[in-house]
Design a protein around this ligand. Sequence first.
Ligand SMILES: *[C@@H]1O[C@H](CO)[C@@H](O)[C@H](O)[C@H]1NC(C)=O
Ligand SMILES: *[C@@H]1O[C@H](CO)[C@@H](O)[C@H](O)[C@H]1NC(C)=O
Ligand SMILES: *[C@@H]1O[C@H](CO)[C@@H](O)[C@H](O)[C@H]1NC(C)=O
Ligand SMILES: *[C@@H]1O[C@H](CO)[C@@H](O)[C@H](O)[C@H]1NC(C)=O
Ligand SMILES: *[C@@H]1O[C@H](CO)[C@@H](O)[C@H](O)[C@H]1NC(C)=O
Ligand SMILES: *[C@@H]1O[C@H](CO)[C@@H](O)[C@H](O)[C@H]1NC(C)=O
Length: 391
Amino acid sequence: MRFFLFLFSLVAATLSFAQSLPEVIAAQSGNLSTLAAWLASEPLVNQILGSARGITLLAPSNNALAQLYGSALATDLAVDPNLLAAFLSYHVLEGVYPLADFANVTAKSAPTFLNLAGYSNVTGGQVVQSRFQNGGVAFLSGKGVLSTVTACDLNHTGGTMHIIDTPLMMPTRMTDTLVADGFTGAVGALRQAAIEEPLNNAADMTLFVPNNDAFNAIGSVISTMTIDQLTTVLNYHVVQGQVLYSQHMAAGTQRTAQGANLNFRAVNGSLFVNSARVIATDLIIANGVVHVLDGVLNPANTTATPNPSAATQVPAFIGAKTTTGGVPFTSVVATQTVTAPTHSPTAGGPYTAPAPTARPTGPPTDGAAPRANLALGMVVVAGCAAMVGSL
Ligand SMILES: *[C@@H]1O[C@H](CO)[C@@H](O)[C@H](O)[C@H]1NC(C)=O
Ligand SMILES: *[C@@H]1O[C@H](CO)[C@@H](O)[C@H](O)[C@H]1NC(C)=O
Ligand SMILES: *[C@@H]1O[C@H](CO)[C@@H](O)[C@H](O)[C@H]1NC(C)=O
Ligand SMILES: *[C@@H]1O[C@H](CO)[C@@H](O)[C@H](O)[C@H]1NC(C)=O
Ligand SMILES: *[C@@H]1O[C@H](CO)[C@@H](O)[C@H](O)[C@H]1NC(C)=O
Ligand SMILES: *[C@@H]1O[C@H](CO)[C@@H](O)[C@H](O)[C@H]1NC(C)=O
């Protein structure tokens, strides 16, 4: 009897290895029937996924995709096959990543197959960023959306698959992301200096964005600058040609588009750029990444150092004060429709992912405590089951 059970489990394991991705998705019909239907409407994508090798599918569950119902994105996906193909491509990682690859690392980026102008101008492919939190793995995508893994290591002939509880959001243009998040001081300043569009159209960019309080704190200085002076200051917030995610910012220096270097420090769980604290990391945008700062960086003060125990930092511009006019430059963007922020960047540690607060309306997300997948439940690696089970 024992022998036969053993044999059975071997056969079961062999069978599971032999399954193509569409077959593995079909076997999860309770959770992935919507995805299966979406794929069926995209024969080419389905065919590519069925024959692709060396991929990891982050499969949005039925509840995940139901969150999109009624949203503008759902309408667009329904009428635009190219958009649907791009949306699905963003859920496919280039490479086989068992979930354990993301365990015990605070953050890691993985390239995807999203390669559509307007959503990706990142060499090597637009990325998702992993987060390891509360013992589980989640993926950060555009607009600060965080998708938690609820079932993992569902292997197929082309690689593996993890099920996620929220669809990945395709990153949007810099301006759209910044306006949606309420960083109107930064957008106004970039517009005033006429470098907004050049930055939207650049490839592979890292942008440090001071929040509105930061611009407000130096209102007396920055609102009296000439365009050249303002441009110099803003270019000191740009690293061109390199997309630096939070895991690349613990230490070292980086040359900016302005010419001077930035100094990165990690102190007591916070990241600092010169003396400014990074208050939100890894806002993924179409052409790179944005990190939010609580201070405006000063290229004439590259040696400014933080006081990590202080909640707010002394501005890097000597003698700067707020003015009665309020946050500088915001009137330039006042006429633009500001869509509801998709998240509020959270203060705190260097790897604190912005928590999604507003989601597309729809049925509630996967409610019950997630479990390791049923079909492969017996052969799921302990680490995978533990990482999912502890969420
Ligand atoms: C969906 O997945 C969860 C684990 O995330 C599992 O507990 C549940 O049984 C699955 N539902 C169906 C209908 O397959
Ligand atoms: C993560 O770290 C914990 C504690 O050190 C360890 O028990 C676990 O095996 C690690 N998981 C992986 C996948 O490396
Ligand atoms: C991507 O970046 C390149 C190089 O800066 C630029 O020429 C191109 O217009 C950008 N594409 C998009 C879609 O923004
Ligand atoms: C780090 O935090 C601890 C406890 O809050 C504090 O005692 C220490 O001074 C801090 N270190 C620095 C460099 O700020
Ligand atoms: C440089 O920044 C520090 C704050 O880190 C500030 O105290 C100092 O006044 C600044 N110096 C100049 C020359 O702006
Ligand atoms: C899935 O594939 C990985 C290699 O990518 C392997 O280590 C793991 O044991 C496989 N898991 C299952 C459940 O077959």
